[in-house]
Write a protein that binds this ligand. Sequence first.
Ligand SMILES: N[C@@H](CCC(=O)N[C@@H](CS)C(=O)NCC(=O)O)C(=O)O
Length: 215
Amino acid sequence: MIVYTWWRSLAAFRVRIVQNLKGVSAEERQVDLREGKQHDPTFRAINPQGAIPALILDNGRTLVQSMAIMEYFEEAFPTPPLLPVDAVDRARVRALAQMTVADGHPLVTPRVRAYLEGELGHGEAQYMAWSRHFMGAALEAIEWHLARDAQTGMFCHGDQPTLADVCLVSQVVGFSYFGGTADAFPVVQRINAACMQIDAFQRAHPLAQPDAPKA
Ligand SMILES: N[C@@H](CCC(=O)N[C@@H](CS)C(=O)NCC(=O)O)C(=O)O
């Protein structure tokens, strides 16, 4: 398998965590988003949307979208399970995950920045404020659910990590990119700390990647 990735990408971070948890390796090809490599025709031939991650399977088929890739790994490599058995519980885990994947993260991607700054004439400070607002709003929604639900345990759902935790950790890191901290979200903060005790999460962290800046 080949995964198109980049150290700073939050979506690629999520996929790395799942690969580490399940012990699934793939050859990594870097797509430097700061250099706009997602727009290169060679990469667009792999993902016409111009977004990472993209996963090329050994049979040559390509998967895109971090949630779809993570769920593919969940089905193809079931151990350890990252979704609960019960259908309602699975829906809860997916809902928590989507607060990051569908609601928070899409609003802060480079293409959004390019539109805000290029087409609408906003500056970097406004992009940062925009991003901090929407990333914080997603974390607030996650916190509300975690704080009120009896299913919340050591992790988002019970005492084993699930896809909800994978996404929560990426949301916390993403919030930090825009100057936010999880201090105002005590349950999120506690679960994030529990996840970051786990080697699979630590190794996947953006700053642990070989091409990440040293400082
Ligand atoms: N919903 C997608 C988002 C993918 C995405 O937007 N990835 C970002 C990096 S985290 C990207 O490649 N952006 C390129 C751009 O916005 O130009 C997923 O979860 O995979």
